[in-house]
Write a protein that binds this ligand. Structure first.
Ligand SMILES: *[C@@H]1O[C@H](CO)[C@@H](O)[C@H](O)[C@H]1NC(C)=O
Ligand SMILES: *[C@@H]1O[C@H](CO)[C@@H](O)[C@H](O)[C@H]1NC(C)=O
Ligand SMILES: *[C@@H]1O[C@H](CO)[C@@H](O)[C@H](O)[C@H]1NC(C)=O
Length: 220
């Protein structure tokens, strides 16, 4: 490979990080699903060292609200999913595709019901392949899912929206008051100026005529 080729490869790698090494970010799953809609149960575990070869299998467990036991609901191994009876065809793979090096193990739950509320556990069984040995790790993540009839919004977001409107309206009103105040001040100042100008003119005329008068007087 010539230097210019490696430069090109480097540039395209920095531009298209996804293709080259699969940039991974551990984003927490959403925790509120709407009944009747679909919901993505997120579960991401990034490798610390992206250059190390790895293969992972994934297991999902579910504990319904009020239940004690976890039941296995989904397994993903060698690109093939295995579903248990519990969700009867309502689960789809939303994680890493076309690779055994799974870092995203998210699954998609179709037609959410209120009975789907509970705790979901996802497990990565990952084998890291180093030059001379293999290393096995297990990583687990937890998703506490609440099912609601309609999407609710946090009170904080509602409060901040109200505050936004209050401050916008407040600003407008303040601006209006300021404008009226300024207009009045300007027009008052204008009148004052006019009056002053008239006065000055009057005084000038008056003093002129006085001079005239004085002149007349002196002349006499
Ligand atoms: C989800 O609900 C829709 C509409 O109610 C239905 O047509 C579909 O078969 C359901 N899918 C599953 C997997 O239950
Ligand atoms: C997840 O799976 C659902 C159902 O198969 C699909 O509609 C959705 O587009 C998928 N999302 C992603 C990000 O793969
Ligand atoms: C939810 O669970 C209860 C009790 O197990 C069951 O009677 C009911 O049919 C379930 N509802 C749905 C929508 O699956």
């Amino acid at each position: 490979m010539t230097p210019s080729h490696s430069l090109l490869l480097f540039l395209s790698c920095t531009l298209f990080v996804h293709q080259c090494q699969g940039a991974c970010a551990e984003v927490d799953s959403d925790t509120e699903a709407v009944a009747g809609r679909g919901f993505k149960l997120g579960c991401i575990s990034c490798k610390r060292r992206s250059e190390v070869k790895a293969a992972a299998t994934v297991e999902w467990y579910f504990q319904a609200d009020g239940e004690v036991d976890f039941v296995q609901i989904y397994t993903y191994e060698d690109g093939a999913p295995t579903e248990s009876e519990h969700f009867k065809g309502r689960l789809d793979w939303n994680g890493t595709k076309r690779s055994r090096d799974i870092q995203d193990a998210s699954i998609y739950l179709l037609n959410v019901t209120f009975n789907d509320s509970g705790t979901y556990h996802c497990f990565f069984n990952r084998i890291l392949s180093f030059d001379n040995y293999e290393y096995t790790t297990t990583i687990s993540k937890l998703v506490r899912l609440t099912v609601v009839a309609k999407a609710t919004r946090g009170t904080a977001s509602i409060a901040s929206e109200v505050m936004m409107y209050v401050s916008i309206i407040g600003l407008q009103v303040w601006l209006l008051i300021e404008m009226i105040y300024c207009y009045r001040k300007i027009s008052a100042a204008g009148e004052e100026a006019l009056r002053e100008a008239a006065n000055a003119e009057y005084l000038a005329i008056a003093s002129e005529s006085k001079d005239n008068c004085a002149g007349v007087q002196v002349g006499e």
